[in-house]
Design a protein around this ligand. Sequence first.
Ligand code: GUN
Ligand code: ZN
Length: 437
Amino acid sequence: MILYRTQVLDTPDDPFRGGGLRHDADAGILVDHGLIVERGPFARVRSRHPAARVVGLDGGLLLPGLVDTHVHYPQIRVIGALGMPLLEWLERCALPEEARLAEVSYARTVADEFVTSLLAAGTTTALVFGSHFAPAVDELFAAAAHSGLRITSGLIVADRMLRPDLHTTARRGYDEGLALAQRWHGKGRSRYAVTPRFALSCTDELLASCGQLHRDVPGSWFTSHLNENLIEIRTVEQLFGDGSYLDCYDRHGLVGPRSVFAHNVHPTDAELKRLAQAHSSVAHCPTSNAALGSGLFPLNRHLQHGVAVALGCDVGAGTGFSLLKEGLQAYLLQRVRAEQSVVLGPAHLLHLATAAGAQALGLRDQVGDLGVGRRFDAIWVRPGAGTPLDIGLRHADGAEDALAKVFTLATPHDVARVWIDGVPVAGGAAAGDLSGD
Ligand code: GUN
Ligand code: ZN
């Protein structure tokens, strides 16, 4: 058992529903085989467990591991292409790179880069858009399993309007997806997600096969894109005729409590009503929406309808892996919305980056905060001496202010250590200066 002594911040109760920030300036967190078994004032926990090994995390603060609900593994090498809207960016930047993952050795290198980058940014759980190539998806699951990352992912399928080398058929997509699920779903921390790219690139027949696979793999997840870009939405309308964008998925049984839809920048009220009724979740990807000029995410309407919202970095349209940056961008976006903005405080941002993501992925009983009974998935944010974040934290006016400074200033360089299930997976500890319990 290890007893961590640290300043800790988390949001066990939803700040959008009256909860707030939980802060312990000098906490003791007792971890046994990756499970948090006790938490309280350090002196009290220490006196009850005098034999536990104490690890002091001095300076900085401990947060729950970050939960990313939308990120593309094959796109790490194309981050940073600016100035294009969605469909042009896909054609010119994303899809040519995704085609390169046909070669398994290339995919293996990219998978390693991807998993390493996610962990370095403090992301401990992620719903990941996989690859169009089944062997490349195997490489991702293998890299995630090796690193410890909690991952939900799957084979991307499409059968029209991309490049021919990224197309599949309903039969092949189903068979390859089922085989991947049999290899990885429920193994360790890995789970399978049925993943049509977006309705624009999928025929009804292909989406029907996705519905079948989702039903045939109990506990599988579903993810896709929804209402991201106005031209995309118009094209989907033309392709499918009657009904909304969401209906394209809904008519095949793909809108339910284990469904996560990325973007939803331009929803109708009927779609929001249906998402809330189905207990589906939306991954808000604010840097991507800004970089592609997709639009201003209507957080107020999602909240009014009771639609669950979490955060996604959406690499490679998004500008990096840090969910802290996504939190800041979510805040900034609400500030520049002329009307109907939601003022987000630091507790909202932390909740969106942790507990809300865990909830969207059905893992809230395991992760999302650092209370008793949760797995010890945690990040220690401790900036280098003399950096603006270090100065800010030393002069912070209380816990909320300190957390606001983290969201404003922190980068992956400030994530000094990352644990999953109590095991150090990134930062100094991963290099061997501290073992797990
Ligand atoms: N819609 C379909 N594919 C993609 C993608 O790779 N990125 C984003 N942002 N939207 C998409
Ligand atoms: Zn995406």
